[in-house]
Design a binder for this molecule. Sequence first.
Ligand SMILES: Cc1cc2nc3c(=O)[nH]c(=O)nc-3n(C[C@H](O)[C@H](O)[C@H](O)COP(=O)(O)O)c2cc1C
Length: 185
Amino acid sequence: MPDILQFLQSRNSAPRLTDPAPDADQTAELVCAALRAPDHAWLRPWRFISIRGERREDFGEVLERCLLSRDPTADSSVRERARAAPLRAPLLMVVVATLREHPKVPFAEQRLSAGCAAHAILLAAESLGYAGIWRTGDAASDPSVRGALGLETHEEVVAFLYLGTRDSNPKNLPALDPDDFLSSW
Ligand SMILES: Cc1cc2nc3c(=O)[nH]c(=O)nc-3n(C[C@H](O)[C@H](O)[C@H](O)COP(=O)(O)O)c2cc1C
């Protein structure tokens, strides 16, 4: 089996991540991979925001503040979890779908394209020996979080990609049978 196929068939997420993370040059390489996402009408319907170092703490404060706006009764453990969320990895990449009206490309296709870009970043990170996990949660659709990230009204968070070095053993991948998912018509 070609190495690249073996690689594609074994990608898996890492919930626990530590240093090091892709550096600035490597992060640019990840974005180059994302830029090859399938893209109807060449709209480039995505952009990416990196959050690393102390900025993760600032973003954690944003997440806590926005959580409290959504749920003023959130108790201290829930608040703490929100504030500490960005510290779960040394690098966060926010994948943003930048939607625009187009006669042939509905928003759904543009979101899918952004999702492909997110997947490409995960794969590219893994190809460099790093690991990651795609998370969303309530924060992803919170208008205040979007505002704090500088998103425009036509932009949406598709993914918070947590990236770094795997800090736990890779899980055993389930043996799935392609015939369960593939049929002929
Ligand atoms: C759109 C999307 C959003 C997700 N959001 C979360 C999330 O908020 N929290 C989480 O633990 N996993 C989330 N996941 C799932 C993980 O990224 C991951 O796929 C899952 O843990 C299974 O691991 P695997 O990718 O190794 O199969 C999300 C996946 C997708 C595609």
